[in-house]
Each structure stands twice: as structure tokens, then as C-alpha cells.
Ligand binder design. Structure first.
Ligand SMILES: NC(=O)c1ccc[n+]([C@@H]2O[C@H](COP(=O)([O-])OP(=O)(O)OC[C@H]3O[C@@H](n4cnc5c(N)ncnc54)[C@H](OP(=O)(O)O)[C@@H]3O)[C@@H](O)[C@H]2O)c1
Length: 256
């Protein structure tokens, strides 16, 4: 049976990594354009999530915020249990959490720069968090209609499209994220969960993550709000039969 995921029909959406950047823009965009939806939002660093915290204080019925550190499995599990106890079911789960660089992690120009500790940190943030959300939140997805489970990937995580090399850890973590999502899509299909499971490349966007590189790119650089709109356009009205594919912000399919 043909079935589409429709934002107009959604009641509850959770955004992981909503303290700033694309995650916060998704909260803002949903709040402004889909006022019927109750948006749940997680953040880690309070000092970077001030706008989100202020917005949720004003709009306390429609935006609920939770401070968690999701690289720790117990924190993902505890949040899932708390929401389950409140009998919340989600139409859509979006994970936007990701790192390219931190104070200690720098994207490698060459394999000579490869550092096992940095690689493990990048994998733990860019790959493992989505797996943990899948593990602990799958039972919180609605089962009586179409749902969506999305994580923000990156085109440069495509193995088939890789013609430049470099940024070993980031590329590998996103390729591994794509495999986790493909696997989840197959598992959900077997369970007859009507869920659209997608990695989405959000496009180059003005955020902390892209700041050191955006000025040198030949790509179009979008505002976070435009990117939020683009991401939601990729999933809105999409058939759940498209589950397990890799899409770009402009709805083009990307080679794995
Ligand atoms: N911006 C781009 O041009 C671009 C392009 C392609 C793909 N992407 C992908 O899009 C997603 C969103 O990126 P963005 O541009 O919005 O980046 P951003 O502004 O740097 O936001 C990154 C998010 O990840 C969270 N985060 C980072 N480390 C974390 C950790 N250890 N534990 C928990 N949360 C952590 C941050 O929260 P805290 O600050 O609280 O830790 C923040 O919410 C990422 O997956 C990124 O790879 C972005």
C-alpha cells in the first residue's frame, strides 16, 4: 500500500542536538510553520543553547527541552523511558548531532595526520549516537501510521562520490552512519514499521561546524533556517517506500 509521511499530520517530533546550528533551526522552523506539532528538543551545552531555552520557556506547551549527553547510553535510555512513561509517541525523530572539528579533533589532510583517539571521538558522536537513538527510541515511534527516522549525514560520507580524499575520520564516520541507517531501515521494514529511515545531506550551511571552511567553498552556503526547510521538504509527502536511501537537501539521491 502506498503511504506518505506528512508533516501536516504529525503531533510529536523530537530533534536531537537542537542547542544551536541546524538542530535549533529545525525547532524554530517547525514551531513557526507547524504550530500543531509539539517539538521535543535535546541539547548538551547549556551555554550554547540559550536561544532554545528561552524559546521553550516562552512556548512551554509546544517546545519541551532536555539536557542530555547522548554519547552516554544511559542518558539516551533514561530520556526514552521518561517519554515512554508520559505515553509520548513520535511521528518523527531527527538527529542533527555531529562534529567535524573540536578543540582536540582536526579533520585530517593526510593519513599521516590520523589519530586513533580523534577517530574514536568522531565515530562516537557522528555514528554511535544515531545507533543508540535507534535502539532506545524505536518503540517510541508511532506504529499506526507513517513515521520518519532521520539523521544528518554528509555527501562527503559517500564512498562512491569520493574523488578528493582527506578528512578520514569525518568521511568514515558518516559512511558508517549511512550503513547503520540502511540497516535500521531494513530491520524496520521486516518489523512492518511504516517508517521512512533516511540519512540526509543538509547542504553547506552557516554554522559553527562549517565556519572555518565555508569561506573557501565553491558550494552555495545556506542559512540554518533555509537548511531546516530543505531537510523537511525532503521528508514531507515522501513515500515510505523510499526508506533506506541517501538524499541530499535538494531531493537528489546520493550514491552510497
Ligand atoms: N553545516 C554544514 O555545512 C553541514 C554540512 C554537511 C553535513 N552537516 C551535518 O549536519 C549536522 C548538524 O551540523 P551543524 O552544522 O548544525 O553543526 P553545529 O552547529 O556545530 O551543531 C552540532 C550539534 O552537535 C552537538 N554535539 C557536538 N558534539 C556533541 C557531543 N559530543 N555530544 C552531544 N552533542 C554534540 C552540538 O551540541 P553542543 O554544542 O551542545 O555539544 C550541536 O547541537 C551534523 O551532523 C553535520 O555533520 C553539516
Amino acid at each position: 500500500m502506498l503511504m506518505n509521511f506528512e508533516l501536516d499530520k504529525c503531533r510529536h517530533i523530537i530533534i536531537f542536538g537542537a542547542g544551536h546550528g541546524i538542530g535549533f533551526a529545525l525547532v524554530q522552523y517547525l514551531h513557526q510553520n507547524y504550530p500543531r506539532i509539539q517539538v521535543f528538543a535535546t541539547y548538551r551545552k547549556k551555554e550554547k543553547a540559550q536561544e532554545l531555552i528561552e524559546l521553550s520557556a516562552i512556548e512551554s506547551q509546544s517546545i519541551k527541552v532536555f539536557q542530555i549527553s547522548p554519547t552516554e547510553e544511559t542518558q539516551v535510555a533514561d530520556l526514552a523511558q521518561k517519554l515512554k512513561d508520559e505515553k509520548i509517541k513520535f511521528d518523527c525523530i531527527i538527529n542533527t548531532i555531529g562534529i567535524l572539528h573540536t578543540e582536540d579533533v582536526k579533520p585530517e589532510k593526510s593519513i599521516k595526520d590520523f589519530d586513533p583517539k580523534s577517530f574514536l571521538e568522531v565515530i562516537s558522536v557522528n555514528t554511535i549516537i544515531t545507533a543508540l537513538i535507534g535502539k532506545h527510541f524505536q518503540n517510541l515511534l508511532i506504529s499506526n501510521g507513517p513515521s520518519a527516522f532521520v539523521a544528518l549525514s554528509a555527501k562527503i560520507g559517500s564512498i562512491g562520490d569520493n574523488r578528493l580524499g582527506g578528512w578520514h575520520s569525518y568521511r568514515a564516520s558518516k559512511a558508517a552512519l549511512n550503513m547503520i541507517l540502511k540497516n535500521i531501515s531494513l530491520e524496520f521494514e521486516k518489523k512492518r514499521l511504516k517508517c521512512l529511515v533516511l540519512p540526509i545531506h543538509p547542504g553547506t550551511t552557516h554554522t559553527e561546524l562549517s565556519a572555518p571552511y565555508a569561506k573557501n567553498t565553491s558550494y552555495q552556503v545556506h542559512s540554518p533556517l533555509r537548511t531546516a526547510e530543505n531537510i523537511l521538504d525532503v521528508i514531507n509527502n515522501r513515500s515510505i517506500q523510499d526508506t533506506g536511501h541517501f538524499y541530499s537537501w535538494d531531493k537528489q539521491e546520493i550514491d552510497w
